[in-house]
Design a protein around this ligand. Structure first.
Ligand SMILES: [Zn+2]
Length: 324
């Protein structure tokens, strides 16, 4: 009997589900709004609808499904299958795995989205040829995941690799976690946006303000990038500054993990030409030579499918390791 796997990428605004064959090739996919504002039960119903939808479209019976992988924003307890809470979803200690398994009778595995993305890049993306990598996503926040000897490094209770909350400068800006100077507080899209709003409010960049039609609260990282591409020095400096601190973060990753590869993903990487050179130069300046000489830094390859391919890799991880 042909075996299949399911992956579900749970986001704050949309749910993306795919059915894959035993090689990880997507056969059918389904997308729905999360409708997070309608509450927990509605979100779970929407998740189940996308799963039934991909099975129906492919005419596959749920007995043929070996596992469902879910990638979700955290914090969560992957072993217990519980989402603890999330700023974009109305969850509070939701036993998601138990609820999905009892509704569908399909073995379900849950991982945080950055860990799932690390698995996706390892098995289906830029990391296919290495056994050790660290994935870093630079997006609204900064998240990470590490693959060590082909396996996801989870930590004792799945909270390893919160690379965004490693402290780069204790005198730095306040982070959402309550500490000062986390990598996320320097390099995330929201942090770049905050610097841009501060610069505009202080009258330092007319270009940023113009691009936002003089509405300071509308200034985001995309507008800051547009200003930089149009030659605005303040906007350019904001990205260079983020790049410098990202470089310190990369040097720390190299010194901790002695990894073969670092893969960079996330929305902010769309503007990588504004900060990546600075980040790599800083990384080279501060990482220890022994580890630095063998590491490769690559951009993620899975693009907008990274969440979905990551979730499929979560479902397939045991099989992929066994067959490799
Ligand atoms: Zn933090």
């Amino acid at each position: 009997m042909q075996e299949y796997y399911l992956g579900l990428d749970l986001g704050g605004t949309k749910i993306l589900t795919g059915l894959a064959d035993d090689k990880g090739k997507i056969i059918t996919r389904s997308r729905r709004d999360t409708e997070a504002e309608l509450g927990e039960d509605k979100i779970i119903k929407n998740m189940i609808k996308t799963i039934k939808d991909v099975l129906n479209k492919a005419n596959v019976n749920k007995n043929q499904i070996r596992a469902l992988g879910i990638g979700s924003p955290g914090p969560l307890d992957a072993q217990k299958g519980i989402i603890i809470e999330n700023s974009n979803l109305p969850w509070k200690n939701v036993p998601l795995v138990k609820k999905i398994e009892s509704a569908l009778g399909i073995k379900t595995l849950l991982k945080n989205d950055a860990n799932a993305a690390a698995l996706g890049e390892k098995w289906f993306g830029a990391g296919k040829d290495v056994d050790n990598l660290v994935y870093l996503t630079i997006s609204t926040g900064v998240g990470g995941g590490a693959i060590i000897n082909k396996k996801l490094f989870t930590g004792v209770n799945d909270n390893a690799c919160e690379l965004g909350h490693t402290i780069i400068d204790p005198n730095g800006p306040l982070c959402g976690c309550g500490n000062h100077g986390c990598l996320e507080a320097f390099a995330a899209g929201t942090s770049i946006a905050k610097r841009a709003r501060e610069a505009a409010a202080a009258g330092k960049s007319k270009k940023i303000l113009d691009l936002a039609d003089n509405i300071i609260s509308d200034i985001d990282a995309v507008i800051c990038a547009q200003a930089a591409y149009q030659g605005d020095q303040v906007a350019k400096d904001i990205f260079q500054n983020a790049g410098y601190y990202l470089g310190l973060g990369l040097a720390n990753v190299i010194n901790i993990f002695n990894t073969e590869m670092i893969i960079l993903g996330g929305g902010v990487m769309k503007a990588s030409d504004l900060f990546l050179d600075k980040a790599l130069a800083t990384m080279k300046e501060f990482a220890l030579a022994g580890s630095l000489e063998l590491v490769t830094v690559k951009e993620a390859e899975l693009g907008s499918d990274i969440g979905l391919m990551g979730a499929i890799a979560v479902a397939m991880e045991a099989r992929l390791i066994k067959n490799d």
